[in-house]
Design a protein around this ligand. Sequence first.
Ligand SMILES: Nc1ncnc2c1ncn2[C@@H]1O[C@H](COP(=O)(O)OP(=O)(O)O)[C@@H](O)[C@H]1O
Ligand SMILES: [Mg+2]
Length: 331
Amino acid sequence: MDYKKRERDRPCKTPIVTHDLTRYYGDLCAVNRLNLEVENEIFGILGPNGSGKTTTVMMLTTLLAPTSGTAEICGYDIHRQPELVRKMISYVPQDMAVDVRLTGRENVMMYAELYGITDPAQGTRSALKTLDLADRADDFVKTYSGGMRRRLELAQALVHNPQVLFLDEPTVGLDVAARKKIWHHIRYLRETGMSIFVTTHYMDEADRYCDRVAIIDKGIVKAIDTPDRLKSLISHDIVTATISGIYSGFAIPGVTYAESRGDELVFFAQNGEKALPQILDALAVQGLSILAMSIRRPSLDDVFLHLTASSDEDAGPFNLSTFRNILGRRG
Ligand SMILES: Nc1ncnc2c1ncn2[C@@H]1O[C@H](COP(=O)(O)OP(=O)(O)O)[C@@H](O)[C@H]1O
Ligand SMILES: [Mg+2]
């Protein structure tokens, strides 16, 4: 089976739509009125541990009932048509375990047979080939690296050629090269028309590989957009300084907003190069010694930290004017 050529059973422009999807665990609201529309794209849910990513994925994959609200996957309702939903999707959980006592091929074959696909042996061969595992298919999984095991899990998820693929933290615990490879495969699958719903807490990966990102914190979506548009919300340069000593916030000409992140000070300035000498002076006046300094464009980390830092002030969904107000208020 060629993933690129095979027609999908039910091509769908918006394969995931959620309506106020909500989940409580006792009093704890893990996911709070989530409204998303995911298209044919790599859609990333980006948030720290405990922000509700896994809970969201489990509801969308019919493994966990929402407390209220609902969602449609390829037009099928997760409450009323869970079996049809399951036909359209695959899910690779964060802690999925492949059987290390079997070979790669045996692991995938087991899934091919479970799914009841027409030609399990051929399906298995092509899934293994797609994930670059053909050479090692008949080796025991216990001889595989972490990256290869993750790819094997992806191969298992692919055998029935799903329309929507859910991946929960697919690169966690892998080295840089293995992560890159996983993302390369995810991008390839997107090109074949598969929609990918992926959670991660790695900002740099979301930035580089996702078409759109929802930033989630404590179960609430703070912003949804392309990584570039999210970054452009911070129309500032960022000057960081690592210092020794204690910085007591004070106004610096040209600096709109400053914050302390660990042993680093972060200054937001309309023009970083102009503000730099002013910042140096201001730190010198306070008797602080500067160990390192840099100017850069905003990253998704900066956007994330701002959105979450402002969560006490702005509990609703993110909007640009509120964000600018926050910047202004603190300047
Ligand atoms: N089965 C459960 N029972 C009670 N609380 C849970 C359960 N699963 C998750 N939680 C809580 O719900 C919140 C969201 O968890 P989770 O969806 O796993 O977040 P993430 O995947 O972003 O780390 C966390 O505060 C977590 O402790
Ligand atoms: Mg999780």
